[in-house]
Design a binder for this molecule. Structure first.
Ligand SMILES: C[S@@+](CC[C@H](N)C(=O)[O-])C[C@H]1O[C@@H](n2cnc3c(N)ncnc32)[C@H](O)[C@@H]1O
Length: 205
C-alpha cells in the first residue's frame, strides 16, 4: 500500500470536514459545448465530479484515484445519476499509472498538484485534445480553502509555464469565494494544437 493510498483512504474515512464539491470545475462546465467529443480522463478524480459530468455529456471516461474510498463514493454517485456505464473507475497511484498516449480528447485535473506528471498528461492528449486544470495557489491574502502546507500549492505562473507547449485558451489566477470560504485558484485551459493560424472557441467577454 503506497503512502498516498493509506493517507487518502484515512482522510476520506475519518475527516468529516473533508467534503468535495459535487459540481464540476467551472471552466469545464462553461466550455463543455466547445470541447472535442470522445474519450476523457479525470486525474485524481476524488468523488468523481468531473468524471460524472463528462459521462453525462456523452464522453467515455477513465477516472483515476489512489483512494478506494473516494472511488466507492464516486461509483455510487455515478450509479444514482445513471452514468456509471460510461466511466471506468481506476484505483491507481498516478505515479505508477500508464497514461495512454494520444488517447484523450479532454483531460481534467482538479485540485491535485501534478506538475511533475504534466509531460505524461500532455502526451495523453489526442491531437486537438484539451486539458482543463484547476489548482490552489500560494497567496498572501487570507485563504480558507486548500492545503495548509504551501508545498502542495502552485506558485504564480507555475501551471502556465508547465503548459506553454499547448495552445493556451485560458489562464487565470484569482481569489474566489465559495461555499467553504475564499480560495486562491489557478485555472488553465490548454489545447494540444500548434501553428500560427488556428480555430478558436467562441467566447463571451
Ligand atoms: C483534493 S482531492 C480532489 C478531487 C477531485 N479532483 C475534485 O476536484 O473534486 C485530491 C484527490 O487526489 C487523490 N490523490 C492523492 N494522491 C494521489 C496519487 N498519488 N494518485 C492518484 N490520486 C491521488 C486523492 O485520493 C483525492 O481524491
Amino acid at each position: 500500500m503506497t503512502d498516498d493510498r493509506e493517507r487518502w483512504n484515512e482522510k476520506y474515512s475519518t475527516d468529516e470536514a473533508f467534503e468535495l464539491p459535487d459540481d464540476p470545475i467551472p471552466a469545464l462546465e462553461r466550455r463543455i459545448d466547445s470541447l472535442p467529443t470522445g474519450r476523457a480522463l479525470d486525474v485524481a478524480t476524488g468523488t468523481g465530479r468531473n468524471a460524472r459530468f463528462l459521462a453525462g455529456n456523452g464522453y467515455v471516461v477513465d477516472a483515476v484515484d489512489v483512494a478506494d474510498e473516494a472511488l466507492a463514493r464516486a461509483a455510487s454517485a455515478a450509479e444514482a445519476e445513471g452514468v456509471d456505464g460510461d466511466v471506468t473507475w481506476i484505483r491507481a497511484d498516478v505515479a505508477d499509472f500508464e497514461f495512454e498516449r494520444s488517447a484523450y480528447d479532454v483531460i481534467t485535473v482538479g485540485f491535485f498538484a501534478a506538475l511533475e506528471l504534466l509531460p505524461d498528461i500532455k502526451e495523453a492528449l489526442a491531437p486537438g485534445g484539451v486539458l482543463i486544470y484547476e489548482h490552489h495557489l500560494r497567496s498572501s491574502d487570507p485563504i480558507d480553502i486548500g492545503p495548509s502546507n504551501d508545498r502542495y500549492r502552485f506558485r504564480a505562473n507555475d501551471l502556465l509555464r508547465a503548459c506553454l507547449d499547448l495552445t493556451i485558451l485560458e489562464y487565470r489566477e484569482r481569489t474566489r469565494d465559495g461555499d467553504g470560504g475564499t480560495q486562491a485558484v489557478a485555472t488553465l485551459v490548454g489545447r494540444h494544437s500548434a501553428g500560427g493560424r488556428q480555430s478558436y472557441p467562441r467566447a463571451t467577454g
